[in-house]
Design a protein around this ligand. Structure first.
Ligand SMILES: [Zn+2]
Length: 285
């Protein structure tokens, strides 16, 4: 028999520890993604839904999930449509720099190297210089019971909507944020890059919000540095994943992290300033 391949460098791609945590806390977490969701707001518009497989979140649930976001942030959203697709896994040959994907479970890195969701900025046409994105949600069959699959799917959708409401700030040009009243940045106009710099400054010396967003940091936990275009791109990706995970943890009240088990259900326990900045970011115009 060949020796077992060392997959420790790509362990961030495997949801196994996350699934174990969700299974151990299933009652609490399932309530957060079902009964605890807010009523759908009249102001929220349903994006186009397209199902290539059975649509595994109904229209009302999608509206409730969008309603978690303040109207101001949805006003900045570049979301065009949500696609429901067949299961997808990270492939055996994936490396930290080149993750590869497969629809075939026998080619998967592991049964639980599941990809729940993805934001595609590429295929939508960019109309009049405006960014647009489609969210892909992948069916989940290998996470134990259906409640765990729903927890992962809802968390994935919130994460991708968080990307859609942040994209203009990170990837668009000329975007300003006007923060509402508050202690941190009262009334200040801030451009997107200054916001990202502030967010990185506040999060740099903390463990990543989640096991997942830690995958994009350096081995010592710092953000990628350097000033050439490729290095700046890596920093922006790491910052956008940390921001999306922070927004998701803020809106759903949980995360999966390994630095402190208590932080999983109290994600901002060690970072009240980050919580404050995320809240202000979502409500900024
Ligand atoms: Zn992401």
């Amino acid at each position: 028999m060949p020796p077992e391949k060392d997959t420790s460098s790509v362990s961030g791609l495997d949801l196994k520890p996350t699934i174990d945590f969700y299974t151990a806390n299933a009652d609490t977490l399932y309530r957060r993604v079902s009964d605890d969701l807010p009523a759908a707001k009249d102001s929220v518009q349903l994006p186009q839904l397209e199902a290539e497989v059975e649509q595994f979140l109904d229209q009302d649930t999608v509206l409730k999930i969008l309603s978690l976001f303040p109207d101001e942030s949805l006003g900045r959203s570049i979301l065009r449509k949500i696609l429901f697709k067949n299961s997808l896994w990270f492939e055996k040959e994936s490396t930290p720099t080149t993750p590869r994907v497969t629809n075939n479970p026998s080619e998967a890195l592991s049964e639980t190297a599941i990809i729940p969701s993805y934001t595609d900025y590429g295929s939508p046409s960019i109309e009049a210089g405006k960014l647009a994105a489609d969210i892909h949600l992948y069916a989940i069959h290998s996470a134990g019971d259906s409640r765990i699959a729903k927890i992962i799917t809802v968390q994935g959708l919130v994460h991708e909507i968080a990307h859609c409401v942040s994209a203009q700030i990170i990837w668009g040009d000329d975007c300003n944020l006007a923060f509402k009243d508050g202690t941190l940045m009262d009334g200040t106009l801030m451009d997107g890059m200054s916001f990202i710099a502030k967010f990185c400054e506040l999060t740099e010396n903390l463990p990543s919000m989640s096991h997942y967003s830690g995958f994009y940091r350096n081995a010592d936990g710092s953000y990628p540095g350097g000033s050439n275009a490729q290095e700046v791109q890596k920093l922006l990706i790491a910052a956008s994943e940390e921001l999306a995970e922070s927004i998701t943890a803020y809106l759903l009240g949980f995360t999966y992290c390994e630095d402190n088990p208590e932080r999983c259900l109290d994600p901002f326990k060690d970072r009240p300033m980050v919580r404050d900045l995320v809240a202000k970011f979502l409500e900024a115009e």
